[in-house]
Structures are given as structure tokens and as C-alpha cells.
Design a protein around this ligand. Structure first.
Ligand SMILES: NC(=O)c1ccc[n+]([C@@H]2O[C@H](COP(=O)([O-])OP(=O)(O)OC[C@H]3O[C@@H](n4cnc5c(N)ncnc54)[C@H](OP(=O)(O)O)[C@@H]3O)[C@@H](O)[C@H]2O)c1
Ligand SMILES: [Zn+2]
Ligand SMILES: [Zn+2]
Length: 352
């Protein structure tokens, strides 16, 4: 066991601050990773502030962070996928039972015995797992991924959650050339959704509450941009979409978007607001529309997504921050004031 530097929250009300956490020494199949960059997901904020207390209450101290890119510093004797010096990435999961039908299908995100990267029971040391706002992490090599060499590392980190969470439902629901796809909320997830839908050849429409993001949306790959507070613009889109990805982090009206689907169209929620959303049966019945959700993605698909990003030169648009700016970054996230993901340069933790 050793002590790693980290930023943690002591309670739902406290700011994140420098601390240390215990990490295991690498076992036979583990890799130890020196973390270079960690993206800041809105889920980190929900979790730190215990906004998901009904589903996954936060255990304190909490070290968030599940968009991790770094360099392997040590490997266990049985490790075959990595050697010291390799780049490696870790997303939202660090373990699963590997034996259940979900794991065998490479859909570890649905495993009943999944271990998430933070705030989940730690099988090795007891207590809970600690995430990537830290200088290092130890993980089973099965849950570490290869980062294509051509990608900028600060921009690659957010692919590990924002990337896979938007790529996976688009693949599942058949987003391809000729399909009309909506992306609601141009934040960390939303802007990756736009990049993927565009790269997959779809006609992409962005729905945003922020008129100031219009130009960016087009630069990111949108064919049309609708300001969702404008009722006339919204009305024009009714009944026309094959697929809509909703990546909004706060309470909002999803009925309007269900009404924009064409027959058999699907609205997938990836945004996870604190409070329940309201849906009337008729919006779904008329048009045989469907509403679904989607969590991250499995390990094989996460590697597929990273390779797709390597081939298409896709990374997240990031604002790189030192860890000391994390509390300010959370406040800006709440104001939708990030273009379009904060990525923490973990070198800034060295001086703490
Ligand atoms: N399903 C999963 O596996 C998964 C994975 C990761 C994250 N999440 C969840 O996905 C959500 C988005 O995460 P993120 O990191 O992308 O967050 P984010 O960067 O904060 O983006 C959220 C966007 O939602 C829009 N928005 C915010 N408040 C709104 C409101 N009151 N009404 C309408 N739109 C609003 C804003 O876009 P505009 O300015 O364009 O309106 C904002 O940029 C979070 O709830 C997060 O926990 C889920
Ligand atoms: Zn996330
Ligand atoms: Zn399993």
C-alpha cells in the first residue's frame, strides 16, 4: 500500500482540497498509472454534492474523476497488455465479475458486480474507490485502455466518459448517413455527441439554451442549431428526428423532444438530472416512439471508440486547468460556462 496525492471533498458542502489516499501496490494483473490528465464530468459534481443520494449516496471523503489518461509506471508480473512507459486510460469502471453474461458479452457496464472508479466498495483495501483527481491509480489491466498515439492527451481524457457515453447509444440506435440526429445540451457530453454524429455521417441538429454557443456548434459539426427557448424554432423541428440524444444535466422539458421524433424514433437520455422528469404517455403512443437511457459503454466498445477517435482525429475541446482551480470549475459548470470540457493537468498536483 502507498499514499497517493489527491483532491477530495469531505462533505456535500465542502470544497475539494488537497489530501492523500491509500492505493494498493500493483498485484499480478494490475498496472500502476501516473495520471497526466483527468477530465471534469458533471457526474463528478453531482456525486461530490451528493445529488444522487437516492441511487448512489456519496461516501466521504470523495475523490472524483473518471476520465483518466496517464503513463504506466509499474506493471504486475502477469500483465500482458501494457509495459512501463506506455500510455494508458481509465474510464468509469475499474472492475467487474468477468463471469456473468453481461461481462462475457463485453457489456461490463451492466454487470451486477461492477466496481465504478470512485465512490464504490473497494474489494482490495475496503472503504470506497478513489478516482482520477490524483497523481496515480492502480487498476486491473482489463480495465485500462490504449490511447491512440496521435491524440492530444488533455483532449483525449474526456473520451473516457463523455466520449463513450455518447458514442455507445449512437452505435446502438444506428446513427449513420441519412439519419437526422438531435443533440440536446452542448456541454461536455453534448459536444462529443455532435462530433460523433457528424463523423458517422448524420444530419445533426443541436438544441441549446445558450445562443452564444451557436457558432461553436456549427464548427463542431452541427448542420442546424436551435435555441430551445425559441418556441417557433422548436415547432419547425416537430416529427422529424430518427434519434435524439439528451445530455442535459438539469431539470428540463423532455416532452418537447419526444414530439420531435418521427415514427419509431428514439430519444435516449444520457443526462442524469437530480429530479425525475415528466413524460406523458401520448407523446410516446402517437408515433410508436421510444424513450430510453444509456450508461457509459463496455470495455471493448470503449477501445473501439478510442480507435475511432484515433482514425478520425477526434478529441474533446478542452480548457486545461490546474487542480487548484477545480472548485471554480464546478461553479462554471453549473452556469454552462465551459468550452467544452475542463481537463485537469495533473502536474499541478505535484506542488501540493
Ligand atoms: N449516462 C451516463 O453514463 C452519463 C455519463 C456521464 C455524464 N452523465 C450525465 O450527463 C449530464 C451531462 O454531463 P456533462 O458533463 O456533459 O455536463 P455539462 O458539461 O455541464 O453539460 C450540460 C449541458 O446541459 C445544458 N443545460 C444545463 N442546464 C440546463 C437547463 N436547466 N435546461 C436545459 N439545458 C441545460 C447546457 O447546455 P446548453 O448551454 O447548450 O443549453 C449544459 O452545457 C450530467 O447529468 C451527467 O451526470 C451521464
Ligand atoms: Zn462522467
Ligand atoms: Zn459481470
Amino acid at each position: 500500500m502507498y499514499q497517493a496525492k489527491a483532491y477530495s471533498a469531505r462533505s456535500a458542502e465542502s470544497r475539494l482540497a488537497a489530501s492523500t489516499v491509500a492505493r494498493r501496490d500493483p498485484n499480478e494483473h494490475d498496472v500502476q498509472i501516473e495520471i497526466l490528465f483527468c477530465g471534469v464530468c458533471h457526474s463528478d459534481l453531482h456525486q461530490v454534492r451528493n445529488e444522487w443520494k437516492g441511487v448512489m449516496p456519496t461516501v466521504y471523503p470523495c475523490v472524483p474523476g473518471h476520465e483518466i489518461v496517464g503513463r504506466v509506471s509499474k506493471v504486475g508480473s502477469g500483465v500482458t497488455k501494457f509495459k512501463a512507459g506506455d500510455l494508458a486510460a481509465v474510464g468509469c469502471m475499474v472492475d467487474s465479475d468477468r463471469t456473468c453474461p453481461e461481462c462475457q458479452a463485453g457489456l461490463e457496464q451492466f454487470c451486477k458486480n461492477l466496481t465504478l472508479t470512485y465512490n464504490f466498495p473497494d474489494k482490495h483495501l475496503g472503504g470506497v474507490t478513489y478516482g482520477g483527481y490524483s497523481d496515480s491509480l492502480v487498476v486491473d489491466e482489463r480495465f485500462a485502455l490504449h490511447v491512440p498515439a496521435n491524440l492530444n492527451l488533455a483532449g483525449a481524457a474526456p473520451l473516457l466518459c463523455a466520449g463513450i457515453t455518447t458514442y455507445s447509444p449512437m452505435r446502438h440506435w444506428g446513427v449513420t448517413k441519412g439519419k437526422k440526429v438531435g443533440v440536446v445540451g452542448l456541454g461536455g457530453l453534448g459536444h462529443m455527441g455532435v462530433k460523433f454524429a457528424h463523423a458517422l455521417g448524420a444530419h445533426v441538429v443541436v438544441f441549446t439554451t445558450s445562443p452564444g454557443k451557436k457558432e461553436d456548434a456549427v464548427r463542431l459539426g452541427a448542420d442546424e442549431v436551435v435555441v430551445s427557448r425559441n418556441a417557433d424554432e422548436m415547432k419547425k423541428q416537430e416529427g422529424s428526428f430518427d434519434f435524439i440524444l439528451d445530455a442535459v444535466s438539469a431539470d428540463h422539458d423532455i416532452e418537447a423532444y419526444i414530439g420531435m421524433l418521427r415514427r419509431d424514433g428514439n430519444l435516449t437520455l444520457v443526462g442524469a438530472p437530480e429530479k425525475p422528469l415528466s413524460v406523458s404517455a401520448f407523446g410516446l403512443i402517437m408515433g410508436r416512439r421510444s424513450l430510453s437511457g444509456s450508461p457509459i459503454g463496455g470495455i471493448p466498445e470503449t477501445q473501439e471508440m478510442l480507435d475511432f477517435c484515433g482514425a478520425h482525429n477526434i478529441t474533446s475541446d478542452v480548457e486545461v486547468i490546474p487542480i487548484q482551480k477545480i472548485n471554480e470549475a464546478y461553479e462554471r459548470l453549473l452556469k454552462s460556462d465551459v468550452k467544452y470540457r475542463f481537463s485537469i493537468d495533473m502536474a499541478s498536483l505535484k506542488g501540493e
